[in-house]
Design a protein around this ligand. Structure first.
Ligand SMILES: [Ca+2]
Ligand SMILES: [Ca+2]
Length: 306
């Protein structure tokens, strides 16, 4: 069984309140904010990023709830500001692929991006970011930001999300989802939450060529075959040590930066739990953003012309 969800938190290796993980100081990106989304009586939060003085980028799944109309959409920018700036959105557009793919792909739906228009322009003190347009996002340091739930890699997400406090850290894209989904559609960038060792190297578990070569369908089927082993020579990255982060509930819609430009939008997380081949890589045996889980971002370069 694979557990997947669209709610991805910022989970850190060290203590979550360690200043090295704060959206502050040299890592400050004050164009990253929280969004409150209300559907009638139900409300939740996501993360979003300014891409112009009047537009913010987030995930489509943050603003879609079947046919339910959205009735509240509120942004809060607070990082590095003396007074939080709160704005309402007047409307939004969802990438057309999202609604097309959602019925059959669920949390793995392509096109998980939305652009929201603000009712008033952001103050000059809040900086918008450019989009990353290169298709060379792999194997380089990617800085992730999010207002999502917090916790540590060995326990997973234990805290709540926070409108006024964002966390940040590093991870690395190692592939797209295309080899996994088998649909040749490279619009999702994936990474794993590394514990600095090989046991919890989820990227290797899911994407090792040994699995892929073990069957012609997809890695999910291959992993259930007991003779299939991980190829330790591929996807060997063990993470950024203390700076490695995973994404969690509430980080959805938040940005991943390469060279200060937005390369990804946090979209989904998944794990196999511990009930398959050799107990897999998940530190906590359940989808809670612990070490050994996977997460995926909508790939901005793929959609930059949208
Ligand atoms: Ca990683
Ligand atoms: Ca887990």
């Amino acid at each position: 069984m694979i557990y997947i969800a669209n709610d991805t938190y910022t989970i850190t290796v060290g203590l979550p309140d360690d200043p090295r993980y704060a959206n502050a100081g040299e890592n400050l990106r004050n164009g990253v904010g929280a969004i409150f989304i209300g559907f009638g009586e139900r409300g939740f939060s996501c993360t979003a990023t300014a891409i112009s003085k009047t537009h913010v980028l987030t995930a489509a799944h943050c603003v879609r709830d079947g046919e339910n109309p959205l009735d509240t959409l509120l942004f809060v920018f607070s990082a590095g500001l003396e007074v939080p700036f709160i704005a309402e959105a007047t409307g939004f557009v969802v990438h057309p692929y999202y609604d097309t793919f959602l019925p059959s792909y669920g949390a793995f739906a392509h096109g998980d991006m939305a652009v929201l228009e603000l009712a008033q322009a952001l103050p000059d003190s809040v900086e918008p970011y450019e989009l990353y347009r290169g298709s060379d996002e792999f194997e380089k340091a990617v800085r992730h930001n999010g207002h999502g739930a917090f916790g540590t890699g060995n326990k997973g997400a234990t805290g709540g999300s926070d409108f006024f406090y964002a966390r940040t850290g590093l991870n690395m894209y190692e592939s797209t989802m295309a080899p996994f989904l088998g649909d040749g559609f490279p619009d999702q960038l994936v990474m794993d939450f590394d514990s600095n060792g090989t046991k919890h190297n989820a990227m290797q578990w899911w994407f090792s060529s040994a699995f892929v070569n073990g069957n012609t369908d997809n890695p999910v089927v291959a992993q259930k075959k007991p003779h299939v082993k991980r190829d330790q020579s591929v996807f060997a990255d063990r993470g950024y040590g203390k700076l490695e982060v995973g994404t969690a509930r509430g980080d959805s819609g938040g940005p991943s930066f390469i060279d200060g430009k937005i390369a990804g939008v946090h979209s989904f997380g998944f794990t196999h739990g511990c009930d398959t081949y050799a107990n897999g890589t998940d530190f906590t045996c359940g989808l809670d953003s612990s070490y050994g889980e996977m997460s995926g971002d909508a790939r901005v370069s793929f959609y930059a012309s949208w």
